[in-house]
Design a protein. Sequence first.
Length: 509
Amino acid sequence: MSETAVKAPSGPDANRWKALTFIALAQLMVVLDATIVNIALPSAQQDLGISDGNRQWVITAYALAFGGLLLFGGRIADLWGRKRTFVAGLIGFAGASALGGAATNEAMMLGARALQGAFGALLAPAALSLLAVMFTEPKERAKAFGIYGAIAGGGGAVGFILGGVLTEYLDWRWTFFVNIPFAIIAAAGAYFVIREPAGGRNRSPLDIPGVILSVLGLVTLVYAFTRAESEGWGDSVTIGLFIASAVLLAAFVITESKVKAPLLPLRVITERNRGGVYLSLGLAIIAMFGLFLFLTYYLQIVKGYSPVKTGFAFLPMIGGMMVGSTQIGTRLMTRVAPRLLMAPGFLVAGLGMLILTRLEIGSSYASTILPAMVLLGLGMGTAFMPAMSLATLGVEPRDSGVASAMVNTSQQVGGAIGTALLNTIAASATTSYIKDHIGGAGSKAQQQLVLLEGQVHGYTNAIWFAVGILVAAATIAATFINTGRPEATSVTGSDEGAEDELPVPVVAH
């Protein structure tokens, strides 16, 4: 019997909780990979003879492929089927990870990272859309997205721990090889357990102009922010890249408004609730990525922590995220409107950031960093959970892959912006501080102290900006998102003419 002839089951899938295990495992692998390689990079650079000027490409090659191909990956999931795309993405990611772990030179490493990003762009939107199609009852959906949101938010911090342990006690190559068992288990489990409901495929012809413009536009944008971090915002090439990305993305929007079967139907992002989620989530990720960067440097360079100890220092934030997402968010999501979780969540995270603006060289981990980490985790976990769920509510089944891809795109672009923007702010403040204070330092020890003080001054300056960004995210969530609590709506698919109605959970994602 053909796949299209099979009727979707009337009740929920009996294997949905087993399926969640494998979907969550795949999501953890992708999120881990975003940070685990950072810890291993110095060792890999030395072994493979990668120059200081080219080392950023180990991170950038992944980010460019992942960020640039996400919308295309989401559309492939709609066209080809989410389960099939999910399994193919996992197998490809495992193969690319094996290639990276076995790399013998710079070109092989960079190629493997680009392949990882490309297969991640297939895998990530398929994982989120599969989750939404299998959990349609509001309370179950809240619990499932709570788990997914906790992994999406906290997995990056786990990467610091795992990366530190593997690099310190085994070899940097294991930061790549560790993906292989993750991928194999998740792919096998998905193949045998997941039953994707029939219907909801988007079999329209592929929008080739949209694919080309979106890939070029997003790759150019991500690269522009990456280059701004290393070459400066005033660099002529950097400015040219930003202009080019704006032109390409504007052309993409115009194209999507005119073609019959667009890659990204504008109805997906113009609905105020989904648009509010994409925008507020992207801003929150900007703040989060900046935090990971500065705290890692602060703990290792200023406080002298080892990579493993630094990783474990992030554990309170992971714990806070798990509690915020699986306990607070899950329990309240069916009782209150999403904006009443997202806006306060971002504000609580902003309070955690505010504590970190008090960082000094001698700051105590227990009295300053620990409470800040807990508040950040609780706030982000509480906000991420309804955001992940709301981003895929109310979309037509045929648009679900690209709607899921937009969540990942906002996170990926937000991460690139956060790393570049906040690092530039910190570096500028550090340079200014050292210039003003180094003259009064007579001895070498005093000069070293000024250099460290300058670094911490730079971090706290950038963290102030992160506080403001989280307040902006909370404001957007409170004003844009106006849907009611999930129980107030029926669990039905969104119809062609239902775009002006409040988003509702969908049966076929």
